[in-house]
Design a protein around this ligand. Structure first.
Ligand SMILES: [Zn+2]
Length: 81
């Protein structure tokens, strides 16, 4: 998918920080420090850099942990049947 490079409606600073209309999320506004940015595949340079940064990796770990907990809850619920 192509990155929307127009940055329409955003300031230059916001765009350069990684905020963009994300194709992955049907044009939703996505930026650094959001769960959405972790699954964004727009190749926005600032987002890619953020994913590799300590903050990005930490959020990824938290997200993994959260989905693990959700999986576990679903598992337990199925066990109840
Ligand atoms: Zn994106």
């Amino acid at each position: 998918m192509e990155l929307d490079r127009s940055g329409e409606g955003l300031t230059k600073e916001e765009w350069e920080a990684g905020w963009h209309w994300c194709n992955e999320w049907d044009g939703m506004l996505v930026g650094p420090d959001t769960d959405e940015a972790l699954v964004c595949s727009c190749d926005h340079p600032a987002i890619e850099a953020w994913k590799q940064s300590g903050a990005g990796k930490k959020l990824q770990e938290e997200l993994d942990k959260r989905s693990e907990e959700i999986n576990q809850q679903n598992f337990l619920m199925e066990d109840d049947k």
